[in-house]
Design a binder for this molecule. Structure first.
Ligand SMILES: Nc1ncnc2c1ncn2[C@@H]1O[C@H](COP(=O)(O)OP(=O)(O)OP(=O)(O)O)[C@@H](O)[C@H]1O
Length: 343
């Protein structure tokens, strides 16, 4: 069996504070196969960005990796010296962040920013690098690329700037794009276009994707497998279809029920009441128990572990961290019973 392109094992990220520490990422494991599109979804503060930044060696100070392993093509790169690690990462992956305007150099023409890596890293001549940049601009759907090559970031719209960032990410010929909320700053139509570019890269160029988003609709449009994060942990993982049609964690269930269904098939939206736990304090029991519509006494006492649930042999592994997973088939019914009994 071939090793995943990217694998993270039992990652812990801490943020030291004046009194103690915030345990922001609490044992995350995930993998992305070759040409696979994987989503990391969860509400704000669940630890998605820190997970992504930790594996890239780009944690904001004072956050630090407390423990964990990162593997690329099965090789442990955790202990590599910074320069070597950077080379290994940039040889394999391109990155796209939320704020294209900050990611781009304001005083450099956008085309030259795309041409920079082919020129400096791939050893291309100036004219070859320019031709590569123009091809990449065409590939990410920028009309009239020769003219736009000469523009500065502030002369482009938000959607065009994000396409430039994707073109820069592609300029080193990566096998995987890591994208952190790449469409959050864009309006819905432009968002759909940018997601279309990422989807097409996977379908036509076999470029894998690890997409971080708080928005289930965004990952649903782009990814075929998901990890759902809550309070610094993965609480459920599986194929998009499995998660959407039959969630096995109450947080995923609530997340799905809190999104309006365009076909109005879901009669009532579910509000996730309360706040996530304070990660600077020890958590006893399940971190979602206080907000969970199905929690029972044991959920407040015992921490559930992420474990495989009912996957068919040979199928993509489904995992859930829930003591009540055995009742999952009845959750829709249980929620409506509760609503009726409250009326
Ligand atoms: N530089 C920092 N200093 C202090 N706390 C931080 C820092 N960066 C992140 N945190 C805290 O770590 C936790 C996880 O943050 P992270 O950014 O990974 O969440 P997220 O799921 O990506 O959410 P968001 O989309 O809002 O960034 C949060 O409680 C956040 O407040």
């Amino acid at each position: 069996m071939t090793a995943p392109l990217l694998e993270v094992r039992d990652l812990h990220v801490d943020i030291p504070m004046s009194h103690g520490r915030l345990h922001a990422v609490r044992g995350v494991s995930l993998s992305v196969g070759v040409a696979e599109s994987v989503g990391l979804v969860g509400e704000s503060g669940s630890g998605k960005s820190l997970t992504l930044r930790a594996l890239l060696g780009l944690l904001p100070r004072p956050a630090r990796i407390a423990s964990g392993t990162v593997l690329i093509d099965g090789e442990d790169v955790t202990g590599l010296p910074a320069k070597q690690l950077h080379r290994r990462l940039t040889d394999t992956m391109g990155m796209v962040f939320q704020d294209a305007l900050t990611a781009l150099n304001p005083v450099m023409r956008v085309g030259d920013q795309i041409a920079e890596a082919p020129l400096r890293k791939l050893g291309k001549s100036r004219s070859e690098a320019k031709a590569i940049a123009i091809d990449l601009m065409t590939e990410v759907g920028i009309p009239d690329p020769e003219r736009r090559y000469r523009l500065y970031p502030h002369e482009l719209s938000g959607g065009m700037r994000q396409r430039i960032c994707i073109a820069i990410a592609l300029s080193t010929k990566p096998r995987l794009i890591l994208a952190d909320e790449p469409t959050t700053a864009l309006d819905v139509t432009i968002q759909a276009q940018v997601l279309g570019v990422l989807r097409r890269l996977k379908q036509e160029e076999n470029v894998g994707l690890l997409l971080v988003s708080h928005d289930l609709a965004v990952v649903s449009q782009t990814c075929s497998r998901l990890y759902v994060m809550y309070a610094g942990k993965v609480v459920e993982s599986g194929t998009l279809l499995d998660l959407v049609t039959a969630p096995k964690h109450p947080y995923t269930f609530s997340l799905l029920r809190s999104v309006p269904d365009p076909d109005h098939r879901v009669a009532r939206l579910l509000t996730i009441h309360g706040q996530p736990p304070d990660l600077s304090e020890a958590i006893s029991g399940c971190s979602f128990a206080a907000r969970c519509p199905f929690a029972e006494e044991a959920c407040h006492q015992r921490e559930p572990v992420l474990a495989p649930v009912g996957s068919a042999p040979g199928a993509v592994i489904r995992e859930s961290a829930c003591l009540r997973v055995g009742t999952a088939e009845r959750w829709t019914e249980m929620v409506s019973e509760e609503t009726v009994s409250q009326q």
